[in-house]
Ligand binder design. Structure first.
Ligand SMILES: [Zn+2]
Length: 298
């Protein structure tokens, strides 16, 4: 399925509107035409989500770590309706030891369902930073993640660094394309994002203001099982040992944001997951989903 990308001009107009640049009102921008992803399975809607209000004011009421937050509008719709797009400043949640299990680069049809089954058995919620091209291939798995009450975050459309990191506008194009795709499938879009490779190594100074202006909350990680490290193929036991060592060093604000992956080839991560959960429990962590009030990892 080929997805039509936004034209650069349309995107720049959106970005300029978002950051409030220029005296002239930005020209009206039409959202790009989209193809309907093929989805065959119906799931019940989740019961634990918060939908952001038109002006985002209800986000100030968010006071727990098990309620994923979504927007019912795409940025295009917000722009068209004249609704605010800018992310409000929220006090981070720092009241207890929380582990945020984050699963990047999915969904797929093998490791993602295996992860979901384990989370189900353990009675905990996770956060899935999904890639647009994967969502196109596995729309039903996106529905299942949403339906089971986990948080979904935007992890770009192609995940290709050379396409994401020439400029902040390139990055924003991919976020809005993936937003639109997710919105078509589950009727809401994420407010949380994760930069492929991490913002720490990838973003220049232009990125944070644009993300803030467009209402996105980015979270890197402070614990990693190293399951995507190049040149290494770690066993499940090695991953658990690495995580224990990192936990020994301590995490900021008692918030352990754990980087894991659930795409093809990450079978060892699935094998390690029950032990990773056990280790975190033994150290007194409860589990939460990433939301706009999740503290920054560093
Ligand atoms: Zn990734």
């Amino acid at each position: 399925m080929i997805r039509k990308l936004l034209s650069g001009a349309a995107l720049v107009a959106l970005a300029l509107t978002a950051v409030g640049c220029g005296e002239q009102p930005a020209p009206k921008v039409e959202p790009p035409p989209v193809e309907e992803p093929v989805s065959t399975v119906e799931y019940a809607p989740p019961t634990n989500v918060m939908i952001a209000s038109d002006d985002f004011s209800n986000l100030y009421e968010l006071d727990n770590v098990t309620t994923p937050v979504y927007d019912q509008y795409t940025l295009w719709t917000r722009q068209e309706m004249g609704l605010p797009m800018e992310a409000p400043y929220l006090e981070p949640y720092t009241y207890e030891k929380i582990a945020y299990l984050t699963f990047d680069d999915g969904p797929d049809d093998k490791n993602t369902p295996a992860v979901l089954d384990i989370l189900n058995q353990e009675g905990i919620l996770g956060t899935f930073y999904v890639v647009g091209t994967q969502v196109e291939q596995f729309p039903d798995m996106l529905k299942r993640i949403y339906s089971e009450g986990h948080a979904i975050g935007n992890h770009s459309y192609t995940h290709k660094y050379n396409e994401l990191y020439p400029t902040a506008s390139n990055f924003l194009i991919q976020l809005t394309n993936t937003d639109d795709l997710i919105h078509e499938i589950i009727g809401v879009r994420p407010l949380i994002i994760r930069a492929p490779g991490g913002r720490a190594g990838m973003w220049t100074d232009d990125y944070p203001p644009m993300m803030q202006a467009c209402g996105y909350f980015e979270h890197d990680w402070n614990i990693s099982c190293e399951d995507a490290a190049t040149g290494m193929k770690l066993s499940a036991a090695e991953m658990v040992a690495i995580i224990e060592k990192q936990l020994d060093r301590g995490v900021r604000n008692d918030a352990a944001i754990v980087l894991l992956h659930c795409n093809a080839g990450k079978e060892e991560t699935v094998l390690a997951l029950p032990d990773i959960i056990r280790v975190l429990r033994e150290r007194g962590y409860s589990f939460g989903v990433v939301t706009p009030i999740t503290p920054q990892p560093w």
